[in-house]
Design a protein around this ligand. Sequence first.
Ligand code: ARG
Length: 590
Amino acid sequence: MTSPLHLLQTRLEQGIHIAFGNEVSVPGPLIVPASQAKFGDYQSNICLPLAKTLAQDGSKPPSPRELAHRLVENLQVEDICEPVEIAGPGFLNFRLRTPYLETILRQRLGGDRLGIEPTHPPRRVVVDFSSPNIAKEMHVGHLRSTIIGDCIARILEFQGHGVLRLNHVGDWGTQFGLLIAYLKEVYPDALETADALDLGDLVTFYKQAKQRFDQDPEFQTAARQEVVHLQQGDATSTKAWQLLCDQSRREFEKIYQTLDICLEERGESFYNPFLPAVVADLETLGLLVVDQGAKVVFLEGFTNKDGQPQPLIIQKSDGGYNYATTDLAALRYRINQDGADWLIYVTDVGQSSHFAQVFQVARRAGWLPDSIQVEHIPFGLVLGEGGKRLKTRSGETIRLKDLLGEAVHRAKTDLEERLKSEDRQESPDFINQVAQVIGIGAVKYADLSQNRNSNYVFSYDKMLSLQGNTAPYLIYAYVRVQGITRKGEIDVNDLDLGKLQLRDETELLLGKHLVQLEETLNLVATELLPNRLCQYLFELSQKFNQFYDRCPILAADEPVRTSRLSLAHLTAKTLKLGLSLLGIATVDRM
Ligand code: ARG
């Protein structure tokens, strides 16, 4: 089924061609959701640019209002809309007809996908997200990348695209030289036996090793030597490296499990064999320049402090490769081996110029044809309540495990208090399960509901509140519907959808909102802004609550009762699907 927006778009296009000839080209979006309710449900300003287009042969430009009249005469939308309204200088306002809405709503209730068909043809997309670094703690920046990347992947998967979810783990580089050299001295066991340390120890050892490195020239030599051993594939070093990676991986895995994240690990080390070819090919293409012993590509449009072109270092003077070199190799691999035609990278905004530079070099090398879409999806910082970067009281970076644990713990406390005040008895299993869903859902939603480009303030109190644009508020709307069907002992599969009718004003508003799911998802998939879906679901919950406050459901007489039950059921299905695309689970009672 196509969305009303899409359908109207097609009809408008046809109308324009009938009214003004097949050859007129019409720029930009033909029709968009109305900015205000008084303009109806959708509006089109197309007659304004159209007047300019039609006057291009030098003739006197027709008035947009006149064009609007001609267009409306040739427009066939009676089955979808009330008579189209012409407003102001030539704007068109569309109001959906209630019977049309009712038909769409009945169809939506039919299946799990709510009438939304997969996109044709599907694309092959790589979403590179999460990507923490071995031997370092995963921090809140990685949490944002994980939550946003997973949501984008879920939406594109739902649309039917082939999505490869890649975890570009930082599992290579000088940090291993430091760590191995240091552990050899202080804790050699860790390099030979599995489980000798956990990630916390590893992080501490890494900090100590870094300190040694900065102070002790002899240690520096030893550490560099270790990097060389590792690069040469020395068996002992490789084993030590693997153990270190395993330890970190186990910790990351726990976080992914808590967050219900699916990811394929393909770390930086995976691309090692392909790095020499990147250098060689850039050399053959004549893009590589030797600058102070390093092999670099001079960038266009990036200058240093003195206004000189900035180089992107491809191979350092000691022969080592950089983060950017690996990303160039990865980009080639993803296009050529994985067959991707859309590459998405989810990292903080601090890496924007890194990606712009990598994309530029890849374009100039001819590795990135125009047919391939590449996008860096940046996001802002997570701030503490004081407006500074989120830290513990003692100024340490917060460990994700603790942060998520705290959210669940607080959700549980809130729930227990509520149960007490309502004099309700629930089993520990119930309490734990609800607290888990609410706590984790709240953290994810707090992140996703902000425009990802801005920083946001992390507040447990706000994100766990049952009021406002929060996960608990949305989940509660879902729970309300479950409560109704439970109380009325309704089998939702038996509802006679033929009875669905929008009578009350609140029903109409809810119905109109329900049919906008598909166009909202299309918008999110284009802009890659999950907050639009959050906003949609928040408004849906509000409209449902207004309907619920005004319209009795179980107490109503037939056929109104069944009609309202169907509307409530469709709301619940839409909420559940929408939340699942955000990576958020639901509960039936809370
Ligand atoms: N490991 C990097 C970091 O922690 C993120 C990697 C992002 N992906 C990429 N292809 N560069 O900052």
